[in-house]
Design a protein around this ligand. Structure first.
Ligand SMILES: *[C@@H]1O[C@H](CO)[C@@H](O)[C@H](O)[C@H]1NC(C)=O
Ligand SMILES: CC(=O)N[C@H]1CO[C@H](CO)[C@@H](O)[C@@H]1O
Length: 373
């Protein structure tokens, strides 16, 4: 490949075009086979599906706006995976994705005083979004802003997907404002919380790799057949998704939450770890302790992301109906425990630079102008 500099030109094209440009026009597969001395195994790549998707992708007109509420700085690989998962789901739903970055700290009351313009801009972005996503993250900066974003989504029936910390903060928000427990908190941020809704993993961590972190692929069992997430996963009994966390919902408070209307529809095999939350009477309010973005692929979008985009573009009923008629989101078949190779790693530098620009301006168009997340 190094000998044929032409491949780098492909990076000018949006995500799906890159693939076609490299493998269709430039015969990248032949170049690769040559370098690896595997020319005796020539096979024409099967590109029909990719051609169809790229063609459709290029003609997308209807925009879906997603507000991504997190930190501006320290864009990690997990954010890149979230962006890709959003993009895969948007293409599946035939929508052109626009991601509005909202710094969670800008939503907080202190910003209203210190930087009123930033505060106003952040809330305007949040309020003009079709859906809200709060991805995982570490550290307590901006945690209050995530709680406010979840509150706004819940109270205004705006589609919400919370991942890991984004789920935990939705739980704290629910406790504080629906159950009137003002001291609800995570012990991650308040070790002496009077109402600890989210706690350090309840039992010892003997079974966990990587010290105190619960990592890797773990099984979630659906406890409520009629919930949106189970339907999105094709009415599966269980799903294996990837984990990376230290804290989780306090199992002792689960009955209280459920009485108040927050349902824990997915749990691990012990029934003690809460994996998926839903508010049934909200159009789409879902939180996952795991990271569904890690298993999303262009042809196999993550079901929970499809749900978010579908709800954000008025198509959720249609998608859910399709799921119960046996038309499953292709991602359903991705349940194996295969090794995870984060595609983003290949271009981390280039991507990070471009992302930084987009982020600084608050708006990021993953499918425009050669910025391909
Ligand atoms: C609990 O959570 C909030 C986020 O709302 C955090 O800012 C705060 O410091 C925590 N409370 C206490 C008493 O530590
Ligand atoms: C890439 C891009 O749009 N950059 C713009 C970001 O915002 C600043 C000021 O708000 C503009 O000067 C840049 O052109």
């Amino acid at each position: 490949m190094c000998r044929q500099q032409t491949l780098s030109l492909c990076m000018m094209f949006p995500i799906f075009g890159v693939f076609l440009c490299c493998y269709g026009d430039q015969k990248a597969h032949e170049a690769i086979l040559k370098v690896l001395n595997l020319e005796s195994f020539p096979r024409e790549p099967k590109l029909d599906e990719w051609v169809a998707r790229a063609t459709m992708f290029d003609t997308l007109q209807d925009i879906v706006r997603i507000a991504m509420v997190g930190k501006y700085t320290g864009l990690s690989d997990s954010y890149l995976s979230v962006l890709k998962a959003l993009l895969h789901a948007s293409v599946y739903c035939h929508r052109k994705l626009v991601v509005d970055w909202v710094a969670s700290t800008d939503l907080e009351d202190s910003t209203k005083i210190e930087a009123p313009d930033a505060y106003k801009a952040a809330w305007n972005l949040l309020k003009s979004a079709d859906g809200i996503l709060v991805p995982g993250g570490f550290g307590d900066r901006g945690v209050q802003g995530k709680i406010l974003a979840a509150k706004y989504a819940r109270e205004n029936n705006v589609p919400y997907l919370g991942i890991c910390l984004g789920m935990q903060m939705a739980v704290v928000e629910f406790a504080r404002h629906v159950m009137n427990l003002p001291h609800a908190n995570s012990t991650e941020f308040d070790p002496n919380a009077k109402t600890p809704c989210v706690i350090f993993m309840p039992e010892g961590s003997k079974t966990h790799m990587g010290g105190t972190m619960r990592l890797g692929s773990r099984r979630t069992f659906f406890k409520v057949a009629d919930c949106k997430s189970a339907k999105l996963y094709g009415n599966a009994d269980y799903v294996d998704e990837r984990h990376r966390h230290r804290y989780e919902v306090n199992p002792d408070m689960v009955p209280e939450f459920e009485n108040a209307g927050l349902k824990f529809v997915g749990k691990d095999e012990s029934d003690r770890r809460m994996e998926i939350i839903e508010i049934p009477n909200h159009q789409y309010f879902i939180g996952a302790q795991f990271h569904p973005e890690f298993k999303s692929r262009p042809a196999k979008p993550s079901p929970l992301f499809v749900g978010l985009i579908a709800a954000s573009s008025g198509q959720l009923d249609k998608v859910l109906q399709g799921c119960s008629n046996g038309h499953v989101i292709p991602g359903k078949h991705q349940f194996s425990n295969g090794p995870y190779t984060p595609a983003a790693h290949q271009n981390t530098n280039g991507h990070a630079k471009k992302l930084a620009n987009g982020v600084a301006n608050g708006t990021y168009y993953p499918n425009g102008n050669g910025v391909h997340a």
